[in-house]
Design a protein around this ligand. Sequence first.
Ligand SMILES: C[S@@+](CC[C@H](N)C(=O)[O-])C[C@H]1O[C@@H](n2cnc3c(N)ncnc32)[C@H](O)[C@@H]1O
Length: 235
Amino acid sequence: MQMGSRTNPRGLKGSQMDKSFGNSDEAIGSYVYKLLGPEDQVLEAARKEGAAAGMPAIQVGGLDGRHLEVFAAMSRAQKVVEIGTLAGYSGICLLRGMNPSGHLYTFEWSPLHAQVALRNFKMAGVENRVTLYVGEALERLPQIESEGPFDLVFIDADKGNYPAYLEWAEKNLRSGGVVVGDNTFAFGRIAQEPPREDAPSVMALRKFNAMLAESPRWRTTIFPTGEGLTVGVKR
Ligand SMILES: C[S@@+](CC[C@H](N)C(=O)[O-])C[C@H]1O[C@@H](n2cnc3c(N)ncnc32)[C@H](O)[C@@H]1O
């Protein structure tokens, strides 16, 4: 059946696009947050430990943490790779979604962040299920290739290299494995026209989303979280 074409308030034409993308209703946001209660005492303590160490509060939000836990559970992940550990908040979420014998390989450039993350992994009782690599992720990733294939790769650092991390994920994920990229709305600049030449990280995020959208090797969607969460399944 052909549906009529209308223009919604955001200027998108076509009935399928009339349903709004995302939800900016604060009441609904706090309803979901209260209902799911995604941040328990352990995650709260991990977040506070990072702040007390003077680290930036750039970990995923509580609900994004829950998304990660559910993605790990849905993909029955045994081996997960994380790029960008910070204080271990998202790592704890991923581990919670994995099989109890599952393992997290996480990469962090800053020795200070790595030190705090290790403390947090211990506090959360998951230290035996994590290997933390300190240094540039792109240089260190080859060290774990023999442990693959992996079930899920979560990319949350070093925006300019998202396309390179995706290439690595494509080679090292199992078929049916999942790649998740955070911040893929480029802090509100992803749809900015014309593309700004002075923002290589925005260009890289556009390329990352386009690679996942256009390659026949991926089936992809973008969750309209505040910061954009791109999720692709490897075919
Ligand atoms: C957004 S934070 C990660 C947050 C974490 N995933 C969470 O939600 O709890 C990004 C982290 O990546 C680290 N980082 C930045 N560039 C990196 C690189 N090239 N290789 C490895 N880690 C990097 C930063 O030091 C920072 O701790």
